[in-house]
Design a protein around this ligand. Structure first.
Ligand SMILES: [Zn+2]
Ligand SMILES: [Zn+2]
Length: 118
């Protein structure tokens, strides 16, 4: 199985830790800080329509409280936030590609990136 084929098998929200853990079909577990995953929200409201780059959005307060995560078709996941934001659909490949764990990002640079090519 190539890494392009992975999909989430479990989502565990740990709001008190400020983390959401996603377990993948290859048994990898990705710990995403909520500010990180919300900051990379790919929706048009956060990113605009015609940009070639994704920009990290700094948010605070209820925007960092995740209420729910739902699969969308077989390609992505929609995240619901307490500030009413629910337009972000995270493509599985995208989501996996930003995994900030030490195995995926040994230099630990992903957490400090603020712009990425799409
Ligand atoms: Zn958004
Ligand atoms: Zn990882």
């Amino acid at each position: 199985m190539s890494s392009d084929d992975v999909f989430p098998t479990e989502v565990q929200l740990k709001q008190d830790e400020g983390l959401v853990y996603i377990t993948w079909s290859d048994d990898h577990v990705s710990p995403y800080p909520l500010a990180y995953i919300r900051g990379w929200c790919p929706c048009a409201r956060c990113q605009g329509h015609f940009t070639a780059e994704l920009k990290f959005q700094e948010v605070s307060g209820r925007a960092l409280v995740m209420e729910n995560a739902e699969p969308v078709g077989n390609y992505g996941m929609k995240l619901f936030w307490a500030d009413g934001h629910d337009t972000g659909i995270y493509d599985f490949d995208e989501l996996r590609s930003i995994c900030p764990c030490e195995a995926c990002d040994p230099e630990q640079v992903r957490m400090t990136e603020r712009v990425r090519p799409r």
